[in-house]
Ligand binder design. Structure first.
Ligand code: IMP
Length: 431
């Protein structure tokens, strides 16, 4: 499904994020030549487990863990430079050589400490449950045409003047928002002066790198962050992140044309989770939700917040299949359901005046829907050692068949544990 000369593969989350994209990208990156992050920032936390080590990557594509794979941070990303270099240093400490194989788009915008102050101040009035990493304010500056980009660090004198104006503006906003915090120009300047000599040599026209790689027939993987229901256009607005997490955003954020994208793999958990505020129709707030949380280790990789847990929601995944043009599904964490005697699957919603089988635009309406469930028998046996579909219990296979039929997208991968090798690749066709 991911062969040389066949264009790019995009991997997106098809729920509310945390679907296990990190592991999927890690597995697929073994066959990739180039891996690109195309949106989001340090709000993403991709967890990859290799042997006994756990890596949480926020800014660097998870492909970096494979020797020889070139990693690109695309123009659509908002880059928090300190986190980025912290990760590079941590990788070096663990013996992973990144020399010559990490590039940052010169068009990517920077997330600076004043963005974080604004994010936290804004949460006091508009409680969205953000990660507090300054993502929203950084994208606001980008679209307000006052962002500071990686390329600006090439001319520090210019960056200095921009910075003075931006910090002053941020402080005016903080005051208006009733925050006592203030950003310091000197501290920001010192940060840029310290980071520029390290960042500038890694900056490049990333779109050109990706374009050439595809044209030369190399395998290019575009790695999404967050999930489709957090997309600023298609998600549960306003409880969304500030970028286009869906596959369309991959072309824009990697700096290539959409005709270079040939496959879109949607990653879904075998159940559903969400962090932050906003509706989650299939949320199981009782002991079953707690069981999913404990068994699945459902605590945020960035913030440590407990994730809200519930059952698989086919309305969500059908919608994600449509807005992303999914060509394949990867179902993760099937093993988390091993102990359940019965597993509800949401097949659609009801409202007082009838059925509702498409995602409503109004978040209030989504908050009022009642899920219609099919209850499937559980398998109550461990699945973690299965490496083929035929090694799964019949009930688990029937469960996957049901997800596939309800979503309308073929299942290409099934993950049955956190380790790299705990994956089933389903034979046949493209993904
Ligand atoms: P922000 O992206 O920090 O602005 O947060 C906006 C919303 O997206 C909040 O509900 C966050 O919890 C959610 N969010 C952001 N990044 C992630 C992620 O990587 N996984 C899951 N949820 C996320």
């Amino acid at each position: 499904m991911f062969d040389a000369g066949t264009g790019c593969l995009v991997v997106v989350g098809a729920q509310w994020g945390d679907e296990g994209k990190g592991k999927l990208v890690d597995v697929l990156a073994e066959r990739a030549d180039v891996v690109v992050r195309y949106q989001g920032g340090a709000n993403a936390g991709h967890t990859v487990v290799i042997g006994d080590s756990q890596f949480i990557l926020r800014q660097i594509p998870s492909g970096i863990l494979h020797p020889g794979v070139v990693c690109v941070v695309g123009n659509g990303v908002v880059l928090e430079p300190e986190t980025f270099f912290g990760e590079l240093d941590e990788l070096a400490k663990r013996g992973i050589d990144t020399t010559g194989r990490i590039w940052v788009s010169d068009r990517a915008h920077l997330v600076l400490p004043y963005h974080k102050l604004l994010d936290l101040a804004s949460e006091k009035s508009q409680k969205l449950g953000t990660t507090g990493r300054g993502i929203g304010p950084a994208y606001e500056d980008k679209y307000g045409r006052r962002g500071i980009r990686v390329t600006d660090l090439r001319r520090l004198e210019c960056a200095r003047a921009m910075l003075a104006e931006r910090v002053e503006r941020a402080n005016r906003l903080l005051e208006l928002m009733g925050s006592v915090e203030r950003a310091s120009f000197e501290e920001h300047l010192a940060l840029l002066e310290r980071l520029a000599p390290r960042l500038v040599p890694l900056s490049a026209d990333a779109g050109l790198i990706v374009h050439r790689a595809v044209r030369e027939g190399r395998r290019v993987l575009l790695e999404g962050a967050q999930g489709s229901l957090l997309d600023v256009d298609h998600g549960t607005y306003p409880y969304v992140t500030s970028s286009n997490t869906t596959a369309g955003g991959a072309a824009v954020g990697a700096g290539i044309g959409p005709t270079l994208i040939h496959h879109v793999l949607g990653v879904v958990k075998a159940y559903t989770t969400r962090v932050g505020n906003g509706p989650l129709p299939t949320e199981a707030p009782g002991p079953e939700g707690e069981q999913l949380r404990q068994l699945g280790g459902e605590f945020g990789a960035v913030t440590g917040r407990p994730r809200r847990c519930g059952w698989f929601d086919a309305t969500v995944v059908r919608y994600a299949a449509r807005v992303n043009g999914l060509t394949g599904l990867a179902v993760t964490k099937l093993d988390v359901l091993d102990s359940f005697a019965e597993i509800p699957v949401c097949i659609g919603y009801s409202l007082p005046d009838g059925l509702c089988d498409e995602m409503p635009a109004e978040v209030e309406l989504l908050g009022q829907v009642r899920p219609r469930y099919d209850v499937l028998p559980g398998w109550q046996r461990p699945t973690g050692s299965a490496r083929r579909l035929s090694e799964l219990p019949d009930e688990a296979r029937a469960y996957l068949d049901r997800l596939e039929a309800l979503s309308g997208v073929p299942v290409r991968y099934v993950s049955v544990g956190t380790r790299r090798d705990q994956i089933i690749e389903v034979a046949g066709g493209e993904g």
